[in-house]
Write a protein that binds this ligand. Structure first.
Ligand code: NAI
Ligand code: MG
Length: 489
């Protein structure tokens, strides 16, 4: 099995040994080997991006040209959609229908930023002198982009599209376990003539090596990161101790999904499950804390348990499957550790908590897991589990719901289910979270900002906001008064 190449300076190069084994988590089978970028290889990728930025045509290309390149990337992604979706599922384990959505969303992301390229404008500032004061927007420079394994291709799109829209160059590092679609994306990009060599570099490698090198390099101007809060902190520190590069972070969460007694019943039951079990619960915005108004709590718990029993766990390539394996066996063990801890701390396991047997035994599967009788102080109610595990807790009234909901260092997302629009908006305003859904949970749009408050991150991705992270402002003063100022008269 030939190892996958690194993509540096518009060339596919074989990395030096050793390689990383890539496993299909549904079967445990080895499906590829990926390069582990060495420090020299990481430096070469940064150098390629540096040259493409400092001396290449891309940052100065017209916005229209950059936009067309992005639209062409989108077109080619759609052309390869079936193959990409299959690769994503084989590598990551998510149900094929979710991978299909992800590929379509990735293409939509490139289309959005392709269109936006010609709409990024500066300002004319109304200064009180005979002068023209301009605010120009310029690309921030070389970007290091470090992404996680839960949405491998989509996270690559969220990072690369706005960076290219702004005229930046970049080095993208996929997560160790999930490089397959990133390398495919490199092949797609490599075929686009109007995208100069070295603008996009894709480097598989370990976080503490290649990732850390991007974060601490003096020659990288900005890092964009999605992943754990812990690694986010490390990256911020590396940025502070090197060149004070710009940093945007999209980190973990422990998001509340709040249900009032007056909520439409069936959609609420579905929404409670979809909110946390989509993508096996490996979602930063997972609604992993279900809060239910006390007078419906028992009935609601029974209903979600009954419905959760019908979730089809199985071969992720099967279109009927709604939950695949976790990303790796190691991650499954980590999630199982939380389940064990929940039991030890006295929570009541009402569903799941076990690995399925028989034909699924070889994969990294874990059954959808629901805990009741949960105290907000328990570990499973506080820490991000990042798997198919949810805690259900009762609340008494609005103040109680908000108190529990906001009692977390995280602030990524939240949802509230009620037919009372006044109450819904009171809750919306008081939730300390970057994304709030009313009577739904998880729909995500490239047109709207994405990111968290508190320890869930810094900055926002997507939408018009997303491109701003890749732009510097330059103030330009143009004197329009030809006469001497007379200052030294
Ligand atoms: P991680 O945050 O360590 O990894 C994410 C990315 O960061 C990967 O590309 C990794 O190679 C890179 N990385 C790791 N250490 C680094 C370092 N020192 N410097 C630079 N880059 C580094 O997350 P991991 O270990 O895969 O998962 C641990 C937990 O993090 C999960 O169980 C989950 O709770 C959380 N997580 C949250 C995600 C989110 O979307 N918010 C995504 C992935 C994980
Ligand atoms: Mg880690």
């Amino acid at each position: 099995m030939d190892p996958l190449p690194l993509y540096i300076g518009g060339r596919f190069v074989n990395g030096a040994e050793p390689t990383q084994t890539i496993v299909n988590p549904a079967t445990g089978a080895t499906i590829a080997r990926a390069a582990r970028a060495t420090p020299a290889e990481t430096e070469a990728a940064i150098q390629a991006a540096r040259e493409a930025f400092d001396d290449g045509p891309w940052p100065a290309a017209t916005a229209a040209r950059r936009g067309r390149v992005l639209l062409e990337i989108a077109r080619r992604l759609r052309e390869s959609a079936d193959r990409l979706a299959r690769l994503e599922t084989e590598n990551m384990g998510k149900p094929i229908i979710e991978s299909e959505f992800d590929v379509a969303d990735a293409a939509t992301c490139f289309e959005y930023y392709g269109g936006l390229a010609t709409k990024v404008t500066g300002d004319v500032n109304p200064v009180p002198d005979e002068a023209l004061s301009l605010t120009l927007k310029e690309p921030v420079g070389v970007c290091g982009q470090i992404i996680p394994w839960n949405y491998p291709l989509l996270m690559a799109a969220w990072k690369i599209a706005p960076a290219l829209c702004a005229g930046c160059t970049l080095v993208l590092k996929p997560a160790e376990a999930t490089p397959l679609t990133a390398i495919e994306l490199a092949r797609i990009l490599d075929g686009i003539e109007d995208l100069p060599k070295g603008v996009v570099n894709i480097l598989t490698g370990d976080g503490p090596d290649a990732g850390a090198a991007l974060a601490s390099s003096e020659r990288v101007d900005k890092v964009a990161f999605t992943g754990s809060t812990r690694t986010g902190r490390t990256i911020l520190r590396a940025a502070a101790e090197s060149n004070l590069k710009r940093v945007t972070l999209e980190l973990g969460g422990k998001s509340p999904n709040i249900f009032y007694a007056d909520a439409a019943w069936e959609p609420a039951i579905e929404g409670a499950l979809f909110g946390v079990f989509v993508n096996q619960g490996e979602v930063c915005s997972a609604g992993s804390r279900i809060l239910v108004e006390r007078r419906i709590h028992d009935r609601f718990l029974d209903a979600i348990v009954e419905k959760a029993r019908t979730i089809r766990l199985g071969d992720p390539l099967d279109r009927a499957t709604r939950m695949g394996p976790l990303v790796t066996a190691a991650h499954r063990e980590r999630v199982a550790g939380y389940i064990e801890q929940g039991r030890r701390e006295g929570a009541r396991l009402v569903l799941g908590g076990v690995r399925p047997d028989r034909e699924l035994a070889a994969g990294a599967y874990l059954e959808p897991t629901i805990f009741a009788g949960v105290d907000p102080g328990m570990t499973i109610a506080r820490e991000e589990i990042f798997g198919p595990v949810v805690t259900v807790m009762p609340f008494e009234g609005e103040a109680d719901a908000l108190r529990i909901a906001n009692a977390t260092p995280y602030g990524l997302a939240g949802a509230v289910w009620t037919r009372d629009i006044y109450r819904a908006f009171r809750v919306v305003r008081k939730l300390r979270a970057g994304i709030v859904w009313v009577n739904h949970m998880q729909p995500t749009y490239v047109e709207a900002p994405w990111g968290g408050m508190k320890m869930s991150g810094a900055g926002r991705e997507l939408g018009r906001y997303g491109v701003e992270n890749y732009l510097e402002l330059k103030q330009v003063h143009v004197n329009l008064n030809e006469a001497p100022t007379g200052w030294y008269a």
